[in-house]
Design a protein around this ligand. Sequence first.
Ligand code: FMN
Length: 198
Amino acid sequence: MTESNHRTADHPIDTMFLKRWSPRALTQEEISEKDLLSLLEAARWAPSASNNQPWRFVYARRGTEHFARLLDILNESNQRWAKHAAALVIVISKTHTQAATGEMRAAYTHAFDTGAAWFSLALQTTVSGWHAHAMAGIDRDKAMITLGVPEHHRVEAAVAIGRLADPSTLPDDLREREKPSQRKPLAELAFEGRFKAE
Ligand SMILES: Cc1cc2nc3c(=O)[nH]c(=O)nc-3n(C[C@H](O)[C@H](O)[C@H](O)COP(=O)(O)O)c2cc1C
């Protein structure tokens, strides 16, 4: 079966799915705007209900005036390691669409669609030789204000993008956790014909 990155898939898959993981040890290397926009371009091509494309991204590259402001949105536990990232991206979804009448209607799939976009970004990041690490541990209220996010939008998560560093660069507690994680068996997750409760 497919093996890569200390992971073994039970069924054959492309190795990029195993190679993508969420490290915390990052090198402090900078990323050019051109390279970062290539990663976000992949997210742009994600599928969405009615092609609504509800994903929005606010990014800051290391070495720019914006980086410290975005870093400050993360919880302290994430700032500890994400401060070494080449770029931080705040992922936002548009929660409503405007009907022809002008009425704003809740978009049922805004989070599902934006999840597809974040993962397209993550896979492209892996393929391009970088790593992407999503974080829900952020201050969403602070993000709304700091980034000027308008109503009918939801701050979903942040993503740290960087080049992989040696685990020895991490504090002790994080170093111990610095390895690709495993997964539940597919049989616990995928059911033929009918949901199988645990
Ligand atoms: C939506 C989301 C939120 C996450 N939040 C955090 C976080 O706040 N801090 C962190 O260190 N990792 C966070 N992670 C990383 C997960 O812990 C990681 O993706 C999971 O353990 C699977 O490991 P892998 O990505 O290395 O395959 C988050 C991942 C996702 C997708």
